[in-house]
Design a protein around this ligand. Structure first.
Ligand code: UD1
Length: 388
């Protein structure tokens, strides 16, 4: 079904973004809609969950995302407040625009909030990156994933294990469509525009000393509440990073939550080392360039586990579980938890050149968004015809 045949009375696809990890997923989807379904009306809604320049504005520019048509400006708050505010402000958008469907990505609070609103108003919801499970219900994202997938109407998956997870939860297989990974669409589309690490450090006013060690450097990101919200855990992890930095210099891009906690718990000293370069949250092209040239990445981010697998860079994930098992089974990812010995063993192996190598998973080929566009058009038209 092509865009030219789009029925005039079918409303827009309302595409929702809220937080940083949503932006790189939505950009290729909007581009694929524009290229393959030019007559399909879309409306980009930003909930405003992430709002500051580093977490938001730079990413929009880097990813060539159009400015949102609507910004709900919800900002920060407890989970209850943030979720409730998104719901309250999103409902009138659906009343006004009468969309053909709501498209949500990922697992942040905005994803679940907009899904709930859409489904309860009888607007079909499609979820991109469905079926991922860490089986750790202490993670807010896991709650968001489980609930979103239970009630959304069409589910697009990034890896085959997701279907089994969904079926275990009673989701019918015909609601699910394996399309591959839109995050990797973004990575491949932007690889050639990535900024050099030297440029990134210079732009942040940070001495490039860490890049001058002949052995290369590692990249660090940490932001999960389970790693950064308790003083004793954060102290321990920063201590291990300091030990790791003695083996390989590190570039550490600090998430606002982490930076605030480092200051609040008085742990700044642990990071004061000429072998650790501290950066604010980075733009997409800066982060891509940093990762692509790194010897290793140490992280608790979901996205970085996937991006390092696509780039072939070894990744040590500071979590006990992952909702992205293919990055461990096929990719370059190793789970090291918060285990000091395991983390340092992993760093040593990579520095010695015996780190893990992997292969790129099925359908992580830069064309996932195209597959979504094709399936979504077919699915929406079919529903439309059935309802007339
Ligand atoms: C959220 C997502 C998480 C994602 C992460 C990436 C949920 C439940 N979690 O977690 O899945 O991996 O984003 O960043 O939705 N803050 C700023 N500036 C901003 C945004 C946030 O300073 O632009 C501060 C907030 O005030 C808050 C902290 O960062 O104190 C956390 O932000 P929040 O959106 O609540 O959750 P994240 O930890 O970022």
């Amino acid at each position: 079904m092509t865009g030219e045949q789009w029925p005039g009375d079918l409303g827009p696809v309302v595409c929702v973004v809220g937080a940083r990890p949503n932006f790189m997923k939505m950009a290729p989807i909007l581009r694929a809609f524009a290229a393959h379904l030019p007559a399909l009306p879309t409306l980009l809604v930003h909930t405003g969950q992430h709002y500051d320049k580093d977490m938001n504005d730079r990413l929009f520019v880097d990813l060539r995302l159009p400015q949102p048509d609507i910004n709900l400006e919800v900002g920060s708050g407890s989970h209850a407040v943030q979720t409730a505010e998104v719901m309250r402000r999103f409902e009138p958008v659906l009343d006004t625009h009468r969309p053909s469907c709501v498209l949500v990505v990922g697992d942040v609070n905005s994803t679940l909030a907009c899904t709930l609103v859409g489904v309860k108003k009888g607007v079909p919801v499609v979820h991109v990156e469905a079926g991922l499970r860490s089986y750790d219900r202490a993670m807010p994202e896991e709650i968001n994933r489980v609930l979103t997938d239970q009630i959304a109407d069409r589910l697009y998956t990034t890896e085959r294990s997701a279907l089994a997870n969904l079926q275990r939860e009673g989701v019918a297989g015909e609601r699910v469509c394996f399309v591959g990974n839109v995050m990797i669409d973004s990575l491949l589309a932007n690889r050639e525009f990535a900024h050099s690490p030297e440029h990134t450090l210079a732009a942040a006013g940070v001495s490039p000393e860490v890049l001058r060690d002949g052995a290369g450097y590692g990249v660090v990101t940490l932001h999960r509440p389970s790693n950064v919200d308790r003083p004793e855990t954060l102290r321990m992890l920063l201590g291990v990073l300091r030990e790791a930095a003695a083996r390989l210099p590190l570039v550490f891009a600090l998430h606002p939550r982490t930076r605030a906690n480092v200051e609040r718990f008085g742990l700044g000293e642990l990071l004061a080392s000429p072998r650790i370069a501290l950066l604010p949250p980075q733009g997409y092209l800066e982060m891509l360039g940093l990762m692509a040239d790194a010897r290793l990445v140490l992280t608790d981010s979901g996205g970085l586990q996937e991006e390092t697998t696509a780039l072939g860079v070894p990744c040590l994930t500071l979590r006990d579980n992952t909702e992205r098992p293919i990055t461990v089974e096929h990719g370059t990812n190793t789970l090291v938890g918060r285990d000091r010995a395991a983390i340092l063993r992993g760093v040593d192996a990579i520095v010695a050149g015996t780190g893990k190598s992997g292969r790129v998973p099925e359908f992580w080929d830069g064309r996932a968004a195209e597959r979504i566009a094709a399936d979504l058009a077919r699915w929406l038209i079919q529903r439309h015809l059935q309802s007339h």
